[in-house]
Design a protein around this ligand. Structure first.
Ligand code: ADP
Ligand code: MG
Length: 373
């Protein structure tokens, strides 16, 4: 099936599958360009529904729900990746879907994802498929330490088992097979690139950034990453290669490790706006959400130029919400809240972008005073 090349100008309706904060910020960017947004979500209220024109409520895999949703939209995109293959096929039957269902299927499954990334010619952490307990016997030869990851539905470090040695391996029971075993990489930094590719094949990469995690959840993003220009460029080249290999139409986050031995390894891809691109909202004229909307509607993609440096800091429930009053009073800090009522432990409630003149991102020592905990 050849993909649709139709352009959807402002005034048309964009369908977004998923109702979370990524959908909310995409809908706000779409509204700024004069689009209407229709959300598909399982619950009747959600961060995205609150800012969208309308919504269909129902299961992501129910054929009647998907049909009702698609009929309300001109073009369909995602903020949530885990729609079944059957659901994706149905959506594609009714409307152009960007990025394609095929790309979503790749990103949903770590085995498919690694296979396609290897085909794109990018380097990955050494990996092995573990189909059942008998395959665990391969691990001592493969080498410890390893990280076992579920092949599907992982996020914020969930569905991962870290195994330091054979003794720890022998203590594991009832693992959720299939799994992917990955060598634990000794990395200097985690980097990511947001890459957009338009209907005409135009590729735009935002600057390479550094991501730091806390308790498996993204904590801060430094934009730009404090690295050599050649490495930042190599990361953008890798992201471009992947976007082209997958024939992406839309936006994609590419997570990478910069290993201590100097190599750049791709960790995973997310074909949608990504938490590590939130800094663009206050440091770029066109942010990741507008770039996403432009790519899926077929509008031109402007250069992903950064006009300022930025530190993005996630606000995680419940403790970080206490910082909101001081953030509101601070200079140079742009607050984004997602409108979630229930500040559960580990829940992403919002983020704050602290902005600096270009080239003036504070060094490591100053960072700690800017980001009090
Ligand atoms: P998720 O889907 O939860 O984001 P990731 O595969 O990105 O899953 O893993 C979450 C985090 O765990 C990464 O950002 C990184 O900090 C760490 N991690 C994952 N894989 C490895 C690895 N092979 N070596 C070292 N650290 C890893
Ligand atoms: Mg990840």
């Amino acid at each position: 099936m050849s993909a649709s090349a139709e352009v959807f100008p402002p005034g048309r309706t964009i369908g977004i599958v998923g109702g979370g904060q990524l959908g909310r910020m995409s809908a706000m960017a779409a509204a700024r360009l004069g689009y209407r947004v229709h959300i598909l979500n399982t619950a009747a209220t959600s961060p995205a529904i609150e800012v969208a024109a309308s919504a269909t409520i129902g299961s992501y895999d129910d054929p009647d729900t998907l049909k009702a949703f698609a009929e309300k939209c001109d073009v369909v995109t995602f903020e949530f990746e885990n729609v079944s293959a059957e659901g994706l096929a149905l959506l594609e039957h009714y409307r152009p879907v960007r990025p394609s269902g095929a790309i979503l299927q790749v990103s949903q499954d770590r085995i498919l994802e690694k296979t396609r990334l290897a085909k794109a010619g990018v380097a990955l952490a050494p990996w092995l498929v573990i189909n059942g307990p008998e395959d665990l016997e391969k691990l001592p030869d493969f080498g410890f330490p390893v990280i076992l990851k579920t092949t599907r539905f992982g996020y914020d470090g969930k569905g991962q088992f870290r195994v330091a040695n054979a003794e720890e391996l022998s203590e594991l029971a009832d693992l959720p097979y299939p799994l992917v075993a990955e060598k634990k990489i000794d990395f200097a930094r985690e980097l990511s690139v947001m890459v957009a590719r338009g209907l005409d094949g135009q590729v735009r990469c935002f600057d390479t950034v550094e991501n730091r995690h806390r308790d498996g959840i993204l904590d801060i993003t430094l934009a730009p990453a404090p690295i050599e220009p050649a490495l930042a460029y190599e990361a953008q080249n890798m992201a471009t290669k992947i976007a082209e290999e997958l024939a992406l139409v839309g936006l994609m986050g590419v997570e990478m490790f910069h290993a201590f031995d100097g190599t750049l390894l791709v960790n995973e891809i997310a074909p949608r706006p990504h938490n590590s691109g939130h800094w663009t909202m206050n440091a770029c004229l066109v942010d990741q959400f507008e770039m996403h909307i432009r790519a899926v509607t077929g509008l031109p993609l402007p250069p992903a130029t950064r006009h300022s440096d930025a530190i993005m800091h996630n606000l995680i429930g419940p403790d970080d919400m206490a910082r909101v009053p001081s953030i509101l009073a601070a200079e140079g800090a742009a607050l984004h809240l997602y409108g979630k009522n229930d500040a559960r432990v580990g829940r992403k409630m919002g983020h704050v972008n602290t902005i600096f003149p270009k080239g003036a991102l504070p060094g490591e020592l100053a960072l700690s005073s800017i980001l009090p905990k």
